[in-house]
Ligand binder design. Structure first.
Ligand SMILES: NC(=O)c1ccc[n+]([C@@H]2O[C@H](COP(=O)([O-])OP(=O)(O)OC[C@H]3O[C@@H](n4cnc5c(N)ncnc54)[C@H](OP(=O)(O)O)[C@@H]3O)[C@@H](O)[C@H]2O)c1
Length: 335
């Protein structure tokens, strides 16, 4: 049994991009297991843009991480010792593991850890990607909020990321013309060549706004928005009457004091339905999403790509990578 736990504690609130200096690396003693508790070794950490908001003292859907607290993060862990009635050694679990090497289960966590099934042919990391929070978010954003009709044009921003890549693929399955916006030629080639998007626009290249217009000759019916700012403004300006805007994220504003919001004049003029949502709203229906996503994955209709960063010490670097666009698909830290 290990007796120390390496942890990354939040030392300071970032201004701008997250850096290692915002964290303190400490080695804390691991307590004796009490009845009703289990100890799990963390195998994978999920790296999510929302963590940047948790690090600030901005109001969000969860309270900020307090200074001196272990950085909050989702992850997958393997039970290595148990006095918990529901978990045995070797079980794989998903939950709020935090940026650390070990996590105690049954220690008063608000949301209990969930046991992960072993599904032949499905890697564990899929539970942080297509079968995890980002896949589930994309699923409900498209099927429940956008409700696309075949032939409609769907534009997805941050399209080569974890959520965007799944949202666009679901749009294709449901018969949409899908156009992705992403930062770079490699990302755009992946979207069109492997995920079969109808077009992909590199917003880092000059003339991208004209290219977007050309890729959407019938206008835009659905905007699956992950970015905000200039990208969202540009997409909104080409929306059709009674279009739908799935407001999933506004990552371009997370490093600023005032999150970037696009002009809402278009929303009024074009009578758009804009709906913000947080995936937690759908918690009672996660099973439905995972069953459908799993079926599409098994049928080869969905591709789930990961960018993997090695080691707990590099977790802060990984978080910064989300904002410099250095990931394709779901960004994960392997411990
Ligand atoms: N509502 C919910 O419940 C919910 C749940 C999960 C995620 N989200 C949101 O969904 C969005 C995507 O999250 P994710 O976890 O799937 O991350 P991700 O898309 O895998 O990674 C973030 C991507 O955003 C792009 N990006 C970063 N800064 C940008 C900027 N200033 N301008 C344009 N693009 C920028 C980068 O790609 P490029 O190279 O293309 O720039 C980067 O790869 C985020 O806004 C997140 O907050 C919401």
């Amino acid at each position: 049994m290990p007796d120390t736990n390496r942890q990354l504690l939040l030392k300071s609130r970032p201004t701008g991009l997250v850096s290692r200096d915002n964290f303190d690396a400490v080695a804390s003693p691991l307590p004796e297991l009490r009845d009703g508790q289990a100890l799990a070794r963390i195998r994978f950490l999920s790296v999510d843009p929302t963590m940047r908001i948790w690090m600030s003292d901005r109001e969000g859907y969860l309270p900020p991480v307090a200074l001196g607290e272990v950085m909050r993060a989702l992850g997958i862990a393997e039970v290595i010792s148990s006095k918990h009635p529901e978990f045995k050694t070797g079980d794989l679990v998903f939950g709020m593991t935090g940026f650390q090497e070990y996590v105690l289960l049954g220690a008063g966590e608000k949301v209990p850890f969930r046991k992960l099934p072993a599904i032949p042919g499905v890697p564990l990391t899929a539970f942080l990607g297509v079968l995890g929070i980002t896949g589930i978010t994309a699923y409900f954003g498209i099927t429940d909020i956008a409700r696309p009709q075949p032939g409609e044009t769907l534009v997805v921003s941050a399209a080569a990321g974890a959520t965007g890549s799944i949202a666009g693929q679901i749009g294709k399955i449901l018969g949409c013309r899908v156009v992705g916006i992403a930062g770079g030629e490699e990302k755009c080639a992946w979207l069109t060549d492997e995920l079969h998007f109808d077009a992909a626009i590199n917003y880092k290249q000059s003339g991208w706004k004209e290219k977007l217009a050309a890729a959407c000759p019938q206008g835009i019916d659905i905007n699956y928005e992950n970015v905000g700012g200039d990208i969202m403004n540009t997409v909104l300006s080409r929306m059709n009457l009674h279009g739908r805007v799935v407001l999933c994220g506004l990552i371009s504003g997370y490093n600023q004091e005032d999150p970037a919001l696009a002009s809402f004049a278009t929303v009024l003029i074009k009578r758009l339905r804009v709906q913000g949502f947080i995936v937690l709203d759908y918690a009672p229906r996660y099973g439905e999403a995972v069953a459908q996503l799993g079926q599409w994955l098994a049928a080869g209709k969905l591709k789930d790509r990961h960018t993997v960063v090695e080691g707990l010490d590099r977790a802060p670097d990984a978080l910064a990578m989300l904002f410099t666009g250095q990931n394709i698909g779901k960004l994960i830290v392997r411990l």
